[in-house]
Design a protein around this ligand. Structure first.
Ligand SMILES: NC(=O)c1ccc[n+]([C@@H]2O[C@H](COP(=O)([O-])OP(=O)(O)OC[C@H]3O[C@@H](n4cnc5c(N)ncnc54)[C@H](OP(=O)(O)O)[C@@H]3O)[C@@H](O)[C@H]2O)c1
Length: 332
């Protein structure tokens, strides 16, 4: 009887695997497509641009520093697959003024055609204990990580809906799935993207436009090196419980998920677990994805409780260590 039930379950899973591509979005064709990458001059954004270029896309890179943009353009152009491909550079601050962002997107569309895929990757992290962070840091991170994604998306969405073609990617973070010590400013700005993405996806899905939220783990980039300079000891020790990814690996996964129209994009087994655990009311893009979330939820919650317990003990250890060294200082 048990064997029969197991066989039925396997057969049911197989059937779902076979049917799920039929209800998933049609993949976006990258050859000849216009892909805009904010934050495309460095780190994950640059690798996303390279990945799309390798697949035949035309690229617009958006960032502030012109020298870095030109350097990235040269690097990306080494990966061309035909002589028609173009890399356009636009220097603008995506976090300041909506009209300015709209204007530069218009210019890019005049040169390379309507935007087929927008990757909102410009972002930064500043770590520190809540009371040690300047209030201006909360404002800066919200402006860049949240509004810096709202502005470019708002500038392309009408044309995408009219053409009934488009992908919008928000690059959040694993710190946008769970709040971690030291990330009160960063985590909240990345959590905000999830709310934006869920609401936007519900609005644009009838127009064949798909939204992806990417949750990269710690990734070896100039931005990560900068973040490490401000990390409290507790945050550093918690970060060290997982390994660091290569930006090329993260970029490959993000591009693959965006092409497929997957709402969720994560990397590695930690990423998979976190995404299943925090799926909430997020849309699914295949029956199998939904089924896997239902089946794995209880197990992943159990594992997560162990992780949370180990983070608590790291924080307690750090507090004791600091208290000991303060006492030693006083007695010296
Ligand atoms: N690296 C990680 O461990 C990690 C993990 C999870 C999530 N993420 C997220 O992934 C994204 C990329 O991170 P990364 O580490 O690759 O960063 P990165 O190497 O520091 O690159 C950041 C890019 O954003 C651009 N940028 C910054 N501020 C901007 C602004 N105001 N307007 C326009 N462009 C701006 C930068 O160019 P300019 O400075 O010239 O403007 C650069 O091109 C970020 O959103 C980050 O939060 C990173």
């Amino acid at each position: 009887m048990l064997l029969l039930a197991a066989a039925f379950l396997v057969a049911f899973e197989l059937l779902l695997y076979m049917v799920s591509p039929l209800i998933s979005p049609k993949p976006l064709a990258l050859p000849g497509a216009h892909v805009v990458v904010t934050g495309g001059s460095s780190g994950i954004g640059k690798c996303i641009a390279i990945e799309c270029y390798k697949q035949g896309a035309f690229i617009t890179l958006v960032a502030r520093n012109e020298d870095k943009l030109l350097q990235a353009k040269k690097e990306i152009e080494k990966h061309s697959i035909n002589d028609k491909q173009v890399v356009l550079c636009i220097s603008v601050d995506v976090s300041q003024d909506y009209n300015q962002v709209e204007n530069v997107i218009k210019q890019a569309q005049e040169k390379l055609g309507p935007v087929d895929m927008l990757v909102n990757c410009a972002g930064m992290s500043v770590a520190g204990k809540f009371e040690d962070l300047e209030v201006s840091t909360f404002e800066r991170l919200m402006n860049l990580n949240y509004l810096g994604s709202v502005y470019p998306s708002r500038a392309v969405i009408t044309t995408m809906k009219e053409r009934r073609v488009g992908r919008i990617v928000f690059v959040s973070s694993q710190a946008g799935q769970l709040g971690l010590f030291g990330f009160t400013a960063y985590s909240s700005s990345k959590f905000a993207l999830r709310g934006l993405a869920e609401a936007l996806q519900m609005e644009v899905k009838p127009y064949n436009v798909y939204v992806t939220v990417a949750y990269p783990p710690d990734t070896d980039t100039p931005g990560f090196a900068e973040e490490n300079k401000t990390k409290p000891l507790e945050t550093r020790l918690i970060s060290e419980t997982t390994s660091i990814c290569k930006p090329e690996q993260v970029a490959k996964q993000i591009v693959k998920d965006a092409i497929q129209g997957n709402f969720n994009s994560s990397v590695g087994s930690d990423g998979y677990m976190l995404s299943s655990l925090t799926c909430g009311m997020a849309p699914v893009t295949s029956i199998t994805e939904g089924l896997q979330q239902v089946v794995t939820m209880g197990l992943f919650r159990t594992i997560a409780l162990f992780y949370l317990g180990s983070f608590d003990s790291i924080i307690r250890r750090c507090m004791m260590q600091k208290a000991r060294s303060e006492t030693a200082d006083k007695t010296a």
